[in-house]
Design a protein around this ligand. Structure first.
Ligand SMILES: O=C[C@H](O)[C@H](O)[C@H](O)COP(=O)(O)O
Length: 345
């Protein structure tokens, strides 16, 4: 086992904390880092532009990354490995487009989940140590705090960000992404601090794999919209959710790891509230229980006892550069064929 494997093992074990769901233990059977920083930086081409209302596939990756062909031609690559490789591919591409060309960035947000592990790996390996030493990284919870520390990056907390100041960019994952780049987040019980960090950033870049692309939120992520609630209000909130047409909302159980409810980094509980797939545009049919994303989000956040909701919606950092935007400016998806699909709202 070489040191790269050890490093990833370190990341993997750290990520077993709350904000990570069942993590694939598989390791990519290839070098985990590009050959050298210089090679990567030389390869970087300014292909990135902000494309509205369209998607594009990135040019061939300069990194030694796997392709679907390679995957099927080896007997060791499982579907789980393909997913991990897709996440890693998207992470490297997003960092190449949104951080490598901006060595003057000083404040970077790091989200939660299994995909941001690769974002931190990409940041550590693509940027020069002298560039990194001038950057400070802001976590969204206990898991990303540990990731930042394990990578030896400068750590700072979002409560230390002066009033009115903004992070330059924030990278985070998602559970589902619709065509307008509305997101479901919180599948790993992290959403409140994520929303604070994302809305404190000039731009939010979403990193995910092909399974997250959706026509309407609730189509592929059917467990429900994660909602962070004050524990004593849980039953009241459940009642409201049923009234609004949620199908069997429930408090997320901590089993098998923990008896009772999942407790978030903020001492709250999570309710998962399934709704019929959300409409991207138009209006809600409230009687029929069919909601439009923004309308549902605005009703949910008003329920007393709800701390924050796992819908990230509204405007993005291009539309609202002064901060406060919840949607990503771009979403990067590692695809099964080894390409990266980039979506802009
Ligand atoms: O609660 C967890 C966060 O919202 C994650 O960003 C989200 O669940 C995506 O996680 P992953 O990258 O592991 O799919």
């Amino acid at each position: 086992m070489n040191k790269h494997h050890l490093l990833l093992r370190g990341f993997s074990s750290l990520s077993s904390s709350l904000c990570r769901r069942s993590g694939p233990p598989h390791l990519p059977a290839r070098p985990l880092f590009p050959p050298s920083r210089a090679t990567v930086l030389n390869f970087f081409s300014p292909h990135h532009h902000h494309h509205h209302h369209q998607s594009y596939h990135s040019p061939p990756s300069p990194y030694p990354l796997p392709t679907a062909k390679m995957s099927t031609s080896t007997t060791t690559t499982s579907p789980a490995n393909l997913i991990e490789q897709s996440k890693r591919l998207a992470a490297f591409q997003s960092v190449t487009s949104h951080l490598v060309p901006f060595p003057n960035y000083t404040r970077i947000g790091i989200g939660s989940g299994s995909t941001v592990i690769y974002v931190v790996e990409a940041i550590s390996s693509l940027l020069l140590p002298s560039t990194l030493s001038a950057m400070t990284f802001y976590p969204t919870g206990a898991q990303s705090e540990q990731l930042i520390e394990a990578a030896g990056l400068n750590l700072q907390y979002i409560n230390k960000l002066p009033p009115g100041a903004l992070l330059d960019v924030c990278f985070d994952g998602a559970d589902e992404v619709d065509p307008a780049l509305n997101l479901i987040k919180g599948g790993g019980a992290c959403l409140w601090q994520e929303k604070i960090v994302v809305t404190s950033s000039k731009k939010f870049v979403c990193v995910a794999d092909f399974r997250k692309i959706s026509k309407g939120l609730g189509t592929s992520w059917t467990k429900g919209i994660p909602i962070e609630v004050l524990p004593l209000a849980a039953n009241r909130v459940l009642g409201e959710l049923k009234r609004m047409g949620s199908l069997e909302p429930r408090v997320r159980p901590g089993l098998p790891g923990k008896a009772g409810a999942v407790v978030t980094d903020n001492g709250m509980w999570i309710i998962d509230a399934p709704f019929k797939p959300l409409r991207v545009h138009g209006e809600s049919d409230r009687e029929g229980g069919e909601w439009q994303v923004d309308e549902l989000a605005e009703e949910l956040i008003r329920i007393p006892g709800v701390a924050e909701i796992g819908l990230f919606y509204g405007r993005d950092g291009v539309q609202q550069p002064e901060g406060g935007a919840q949607k990503p400016v771009e979403a990067y998806f590692g695809m099964e064929d080894g390409s990266v699909k980039v979506l802009s709202a």
